[in-house]
Design a protein around this ligand. Sequence first.
Ligand code: NDP
Length: 329
Amino acid sequence: MNYRKLGKSGLWVSEIALGNWITHGAQVDDTTAQACVHAALDCGITTFDTADVYSETRAESVLGVSLKGIRREGIELCTKVFHPTGSGYNDKGLSRKHIVEACHASLQRLQTDYIDVYYAHRFDATTPLEETFLALSDLVRQGKVLYVGVGEWTAEQIKLGAALAKELKVPFIASQPQYSMLWRVIEAEVMPACEREGIGQVVWSPLAQGILSGKYAPDKPLPEGSRASTTAGSPFFERLAGQWLRKEVLQAVERIRPIAEKCGLTLPQLSIAWVLQNQQVSSAIIGASKPEQVKENVKAAGVSLDPEVMGQINHILNNVVELDPSKTG
Ligand code: NDP
């Protein structure tokens, strides 16, 4: 494993992080979840990503149990607040009330005294940004949160947040957007805005939820046990299918496979290595339904890809890649 500084902060994170959206507390049983976490630790992953909303809060609990007994100083534990965790008006969003209550609940489920990076999962247009940052600032002063991040915020929202963070002396150091060979909407606006503010990218779905593993062949049934087959009928599936399970995308992904082979990599390894070529990316958060996937995917750490290879990939994906910055968020 290699390690990078998160933005211009002093915090080191592992180049590859493990996330547990959809998997822990839902798709996989707790024993498998723990095996994935332990495979990650064995491979040198120190950065773990979750959210209060994942699997209706169960994902945080599973991660808390899986990391029990692990030296706290040796890992970076990151979680998020925004999406509803209950049915009340105040069980969602970025109000002072919800942020403070959600943070306390996350600490309990994660069985820890502090969160390393606490993310505002989405922007809350219904709450004054000053209120949000003041609440985050108080949690930082109380030592319950060490650093602050945001998820899927636009460049303009990040700029406003960074100004408040400076005023309130909040260590706002991370942006967590979707980023992969197929989804590059942050390159035009979010990345330059973050670079100006010293904020690093901790990117999600580097495999486009498994599409870039190459296991979804055009015109073939969905592989049994895969995310697409296990989420069929759910809003998660709609998103996956709507974005990626299209013939032209799957055919383009197939054309990348020989490039991976030439580099001595598997397709998932090449895809994760691709996002890590961008030095603004501090860490790529992978998901895994099996420990073997973690062991395979971590081999993308430290890989350097030739400009020629990057050019070939761009050329192949030219007609299917999404670049439109207005799709952020
Ligand atoms: P990926 O794009 O890495 O997809 C992971 C999935 O792909 C796995 O669960 C597995 O699914 C499949 N897969 C992984 N490796 C392989 C392999 N080697 N061969 C075949 N299939 C493979 O990431 P995720 O979409 O899971 O997202 C990662 C994390 O990012 C989340 O857990 C979460 O922490 C974070 N995230 C943040 C969001 C935000 O709004 N801030 C939104 C979404 C995610 P399967 O085996 O089931 O097919």
